[in-house]
Structures are given as C-alpha cells and as structure tokens.
Design a protein around this ligand. Sequence first.
Ligand code: SF4
Ligand code: SF4
Length: 383
Amino acid sequence: MGTGTDILRNPPGRAVRIVRCADYADSLAPAFARLLAESALLGPQDVAGRRVLVKPNLLTDRAPEQAVTTHPAFLRLVIRHLKAAGAEVSVGDSPASAANLRAVLEKTGVGAVCKEEGVPFVSFEREGVRACSVDGFNFTLAGPVAEADLVVSLPKVKSHSLTKLTAAVKNLYGAVPGYDKTTLHRHYPRPDDFGRLMQAIWRVLPPTVSLADAVVGMEGQGPANGRPAKLGFLAASADPFALDIALCGILHIKPTSVPYLKGLADLHAPEVAGDSVDIASFEVPVGSHLLSLVPAGLMRVAARVLWVRPRIDAGKCVNCGRCIKACPVNALTRPEAKGHTIPALRKKSCVGCACCHEVCPQGAIHMAQSPVLRLAHAFHGLD
Ligand code: SF4
Ligand code: SF4
C-alpha cells in the first residue's frame, strides 16, 4: 500500500487494506496497530503539526452495541494514535437533523471518549459553513471540515435502505451540516443524482483517510434499524470510493447496484491487500436503487408505480415526532385526524429518501416498496 510519504503531497491512490479484528476488546488495539503499519497511513509524516478532524458516524442516539454508530473504543484508539503522532485533533459530526446532539454524544459514548482523551467535539451545525459549487451541484461544507488539513473518517459499515450500503462515501456526506443535508435530499431525490452529488462533495474535501469500523456492522433495515452483524474486520484507504467497492466484494453486493458507486468501478478500482475475510451472507434492503434505472424525464410517471415509502408500525410508534421533523419535504404530519395514532403520510410528496426511517428511535418505520418494484427485483439481472 502507501509508501509512507506525506499524504497531502502524495495521495496514496486506491489501495485498500483489510485486517481481521474479532472484537472491540483485546483484539482491537493489535488489529488497529497492524492496520496503520501495513497501510502506511497516518504516520507522523501525514499528521504532525496538522489540524486533523476525526469524523465518526454519529447518525443518531443509539448505544454502541446497537451498531448504528462508530464504536467509541475504536474512536479512542484513533484519537490516541493521532495525538501521539503530533496532530492537533478534534472530533466532529452532524447527526441526523432530528436527533439531539447532547443525547447522541451521551448514548454513543463518544462524548465521554472526547472528554477523557482531552479533545474538543465540534458540532458542524454551530461552526459556520463554506459554500461550494462543483459540477453543477451547490452545497455547503461544515466549517470545521473545510478548515481541516486532513479528515480521518470513521465509517460504520451498514446496510442502507436507499443506497444499499453505507460506509466510507456516505460518512463523508456528513460533512454537509444538518439542515443542508436534508435540503439536498429534496433537490436530488433520484439515487444516482445523489451518488453524483457525493462525488462532487468528495472533490472539495481536504485529503481524507477512511478507517472503517466493520468489527460489528449492521445488516437488514439499515442504517438505523437493522440487526448488528459480526463482520470481524477493520479496513483503511485514502480513497472512500475504492474502500466501498472493496467492501461490496466482501459483503456480496454488486457495486453497480449501489447508486453512488455506479460507473466508478474503473476509476476507483481498489487494490485490496491484507487479510481475507469470509462473510457468508449480508442482508441488504432491496429495491430503492432500481429507481436509478428510470430516466429523469420519466420520474414523474414512474413514481406512480415505482416507489419506496415509509410504513409505520402503529404497535411500535410512540408518536415522538422525530420522523416528522426529519422529513425534507414535509410529507409526514402529526396524527390530527380522529382515530389516527401515528404520523400521516402524504404519498405524493414523499421522495423515498428514508430520512424518517433513519431517525425513528423505535424501529417503527419500514421502507416498503411498490409491488412493481418488488416484481422487478424478483427478476435476475435487475439487482
Ligand atoms: S414512527 Fe418513529 S419517529 Fe415517527 S413518531 Fe413514531 S416513533 Fe417517532
Ligand atoms: S416521508 Fe420519509 S421517505 Fe418520504 S420524503 Fe419524508 S423522510 Fe423521506
């Protein structure tokens, strides 16, 4: 993999290093040390005297064992390593818009780690933004991200109801602060537009190293309401697209079925090295990515028969209102009608972005597919 030269001057390319790691206890420190040594990433040549922003995945307020967020033990090792190598370290993220930051920091264990390790946590919502215009996309980057010399991204490897996989690339989407993220979902509802947007975002970020937490990931109804899945490895790369394509190989996902990886297989073909990892099966939500097959001009017509929408389980819903707050198009409303006990959905407004699903603390929202979409999925070759 890398040569050990300064990453800011010599980007190390598409190399991806995989190291097995059985748990977050005794196995973690030696596996992490191997990952850094073998990848030749994040040595003093890369980080000494530089402002390094560590960005875990803090999607919402869940405990570490629920496998929604980056494990705090992994974050602690990363912070300690960077400080020892001479970096000026801060930690930051932008949780889903409806989540309360204090609750997120407490529940995930990340607040305690930052305090104990003596590094500041910066909220992307409170530190200003930088406006960017790239490849026809207009978006903002959180100030702490734009001003960092280097970003160390710590994605949690999970299934995702909109993009099938969420890992290195989607963790960097968190560089866009809260409400702006929600607005972008509204402007780019088609999965492949969203994918191109993520490529544009990556182009304006400072140099980035991704260290993926796949010791325990999530499968099924990810990214917030699936099942923890023991995957047993860590992965590193300076190219988030190459890393995600490598993860697809391990998790039996076709990269072409992940909207933000479509058409990138050659450009970011990973050079994978390290341990071989054998995952027997990994369940991903199906269907929503098929929307990317529909030409943009036909979306309005196609939307009548090809849709992915939230279905709320009245038995689980506690009417907390988080999904209503998170919806970028106000498709969910308070249950005002008599007899309604759960939020009501305006079907025509829904763009299938799954933001509501991501923030539901009860796992009450399932992203349901239209019958035509389910049928399409049943045919081999469309997936
Ligand atoms: S569906 Fe979930 S997020 Fe929405 S009101 Fe019910 S419990 Fe809250
Ligand atoms: S209802 Fe849910 S899936 Fe539909 S647009 Fe709103 S947040 Fe997205």
